[in-house]
Design a protein around this ligand. Structure first.
Ligand SMILES: [Zn+2]
Length: 232
C-alpha cells in the first residue's frame, strides 16, 4: 500500500509538477518548497554581518534599534517578488516558515541576534487577518524561532485600526497615519527583554518605526528588527 501510494505520488507529480514559487522551475524529488538554485542564489543581503547596513540606517535618529536585518533584496519583477506574492496571496504559508529557518540560521552567526529572547510579528488588523487567514509575519517569526533560541509572542502587540493603503502617501503623511495604530497589551511581559520585531518587507520602515516606538516605551526593552526583504 505504501509502495502504491509512492507510485501514485510520483505519477501525480509527473502530471502536475510542483513549481518553485520564485522561478517557476519544476521541483525535483529532494527539493522542498523552493528549488535548490533559488535556495542558494536568491539575493542575500548578509546584513547580519554588517551592523551599519541600510535597514539599520532607516531608523537612525528615530528609534533606538540594536540590530537590523533583512534576508533578501527585493527588486520589482524579481524572483523574491514572485516568492513574496505566493507567500502573501496564494496561501503558501510554508514559504514563511522556510524563509524563517534560512534567516534564523544566518542570525545564529551573529552574537547580537543570538541574544534575542522573544520574537514579535507586526500584527495585521483582525479584518485583514480574517481575509487572508494568516499573518505572514507570524509564519516568518515561527521559522525564525525554530533556529534561534527564542519564543514567538503574537498576541501582545496589537493593531488598533485598519490603516488604509499607504502606497501613495508621503513619508510625513504615513507617519501621522501610523501614530497610535499599535498598542502593547501586556507590557510587563516584555520588560528587560531583547525583542526581535519582524515584518515581511521593509521599505521606508514607517510601520516598524511605529511598532518600535510603542515597544520602546517599556522599561529595559532592547529592540532588534528582521524582515524577509528590503525594498528600496
Ligand atoms: Zn527556483
Amino acid at each position: 500500500m505504501k509502495l502504491l501510494r509512492g507510485y501514485l505520488a510520483d505519477f501525480v507529480s509527473l502530471l502536475f509538477p510542483e513549481l518553485c514559487p520564485a522561478c517557476q522551475a519544476s521541483l525535483v524529488a529532494n527539493e522542498r518548497i523552493i528549488c535548490s538554485d533559488c535556495r542558494y542564489n536568491l539575493p542575500f543581503t548578509n546584513f547580519h554581518l554588517q551592523a551599519d547596513n541600510i535597514v539599520a540606517q532607516q531608523f537612525y535618529g528615530k528609534i533606538n534599534v540594536t540590530a537590523a536585518y533583512a534576508l533578501y533584496y527585493f527588486t520589482k519583477g524579481g524572483k523574491v517578488q514572485n516568492l513574496m506574492h505566493h507567500f502573501k496571496y496564494k496561501g503558501m504559508q510554508q514559504i514563511g516558515t522556510l524563509l524563517g529557518n534560512i534567516a534564523g540560521l544566518q542570525l545564529t552567526e551573529s552574537p547580537v541576534f543570538n541574544t534575542v529572547e522573544l520574537i514579535i510579528p507586526v500584527p495585521l488588523h483582525k479584518s485583514r487577518l480574517k481575509e487572508r487567514g494568516y499573518n505572514q509575519s507570524t509564519c516568518f517569526a515561527q521559522g525564525l524561532a525554530q533556529k534561534l533560541n527564542a519564543a514567538v509572542e503574537d498576541d501582545n502587540l496589537q493593531r488598533r485600526v485598519a490603516t488604509e493603503t499607504q502606497t501613495h502617501k508621503s513619508r510625513f503623511a504615513r507617519f501621522e497615519n501610523m501614530q497610535d495604530v499599535f498598542m502593547v497589551k501586556h507590557p510587563e511581559r516584555l520588560m528587560n527583554k531583547h525583542i526581535l520585531l519582524v515584518d515581511d518587507i521593509v521599505t521606508t520602515g514607517s510601520t516598524l518605526e511605529a511598532c518600535g516606538m510603542e515597544l520602546l516605551k517599556i522599561p529595559g526593552l532592547t529592540l532588534s528588527i528582521a524582515t524577509i526583504a528590503y525594498a528600496q
